[in-house]
Design a protein around this ligand. Structure first.
Ligand SMILES: [Zn+2]
Length: 426
């Protein structure tokens, strides 16, 4: 009964709104208006009806229509005034689509919108709308950096950098080298920047990430800057924007967390030379577990015990013990591939030794093992973009990533406010 009543109430409200708008002919502003494409004169050509999908259900609006002969195209001034110019979905529905598609797949979004809001939209419509919205959000993110007020910057801020591969359409990967057996690629790397604070502590005095303090910014883009390039890489610029937005550049104490990837430490060194560099312990442990798998084969008790011992040494800052254990393995093994893996791991530990001083970081009250960076990739990217059967284009992925990061960072409202302001201004 309640669902039926809601449907009726919405239909009544929808009819009222449509009647109200259709009774107002003031959108006919004389016989000519400047064409929205070429600026030349466009002639009034009567009132045209079109049905829009709105939060109140389908509404048929009759609007003044202007046609430009040279462009052979027309426009309705009222559509622009109501924010309807690009699509048949109303702004409120566009927003609902964005909310759903940021969180779940396009097909699931369609089902949710139908079940919760009584909307009939196709999965394709969800995809197109969410991508257009995501592109607008991505452009807005690049143009809009409001630095955090000084009073709101916590004493210690953390910046995490990470990368994760997402499955791509074959056409998007033509000619790109990859990790497949035949040298081809199946994925492209999304690079993610997250900022958070950890002023709170758990019962043992270990800093824990403050709820609601995490923000995300990510894209498939390059982090490499060549010496001959005039500007920094697209991702370095993204990190710079996010750091300014959160006040990371002004925090009293700063730490950059990442795994061992060189591009991470290049950006950290160049942009935040005073920040403490910390290898996320979660990543380091994963590395050691991977080596255990190489040494002892698929998961088994021996390998687990070996990895556990190394994890404990890592927590205790005993890198020498880890290296000694690896060196012993190296001497005992004859298989070149295994020896190669062990040597690589020793190299990784050596290159990052100053970033793995866990006891020293703990003594300074810094958080080193929240796994927040890795969780960031899983939460912000994996949970939405690495699901079974998904294959992305760079354009589509970057749009949905921008939409999702905006939503997860609590910036969706701000985006809509800015969009409405721009709309009023034009
Ligand atoms: Zn024209």
């Amino acid at each position: 009964m309640e669902v039926a009543c809601r449907r009726q109430a919405l239909a009544v409200a929808g009819r009222c709104l449509a009647d109200h708008l259709n009774a107002d002919p003031s959108d006919e502003a004389g016989p000519w208006l400047p064409c929205s494409r070429c600026g030349g004169p466009a002639r009034y050509a009567g009132r045209h009806a079109k049905t829009f999908t709105t939060a109140l259900g389908p509404l048929t609006l009759t609007r003044a229509y202007y046609h430009c002969a040279p462009c052979d195209a027309g426009f309705c001034p009222r559509d622009r005034a109501l924010g309807l110019e690009d699509a048949s979905l109303s702004p409120a529905v566009t927003r609902m689509v964005g909310t759903a598609a940021a969180l779940v797949s396009f097909i699931e979004s369609r089902e949710l919108l139908g079940a919760l809001a009584g909307l009939t939209v196709s999965a394709k419509q969800v995809e197109r709308t969410a991508e257009a919205l995501g592109q607008a959000i991505a452009a807005d993110e690049q143009q809009h950096v409001v630095p955090a007020p000084a009073a709101e910057i916590p004493p210690t801020l953390y910046l995490g950098l990470d990368g994760t591969g997402i499955p791509m359409r074959p056409a998007e990967l033509a000619g790109r080298p990859g990790k497949q057996a035949d040298g081809a690629a199946k994925t492209r790397e999304v690079k993610l920047c997250t900022v958070w604070s950890a002023e709170g502590q758990d019962a043992e005095g270990v800093p824990v990430r403050d709820a609601g303090s995490v923000s995300y910014s990510a894209a498939i883009e390059s982090a490499a800057t060549r010496d001959t390039d005039e500007s920094c890489s697209a991702f370095a610029q993204r990190v710079d924007r996010e750091a300014r937005r959160r006040g990371f550049d002004r925090a009293k104490r700063r730490a950059v967390l990442g795994d061992g990837a060189p591009w991470i430490w290049n950006i950290a060194g160049e942009y935040f030379p005073e920040a403490t560099q910390i290898v996320d312990r979660f990543h380091a442990k994963e590395h050691l577990s991977d080596v255990a798998k190489v040494l002892y084969g698929a998961p088994n008790d021996l390998g687990d015990a070996w990895a556990k011992a190394r994890h404990a040494e890592l927590d205790a800052g005993q890198l020498h013990q880890i290296v000694a254990a690896l060196a012993a393995q190296y001497r005992a093994r004859r298989d070149p591939a295994t020896r190669q893996e062990v040597r690589k791991c020793i190299g990784y530990l050596w290159a990052n030794r100053r970033r793995m001083r866990s006891p020293a970081f703990r003594a300074q009250g810094l958080c080193t093992s929240t796994a927040v960076v890795e969780a960031g990739c899983k939460v912000a990217i994996g949970a939405r973009l690495k699901r079974a059967g998904m294959h992305w284009s760079v354009r589509g992925a970057n749009a949905i990533i921008a939409l999702r990061c905006c939503k997860l960072s609590g910036r969706f409202e701000d985006f809509w406010e800015r969009r409405a302001e721009r709309h009023r201004a034009s």
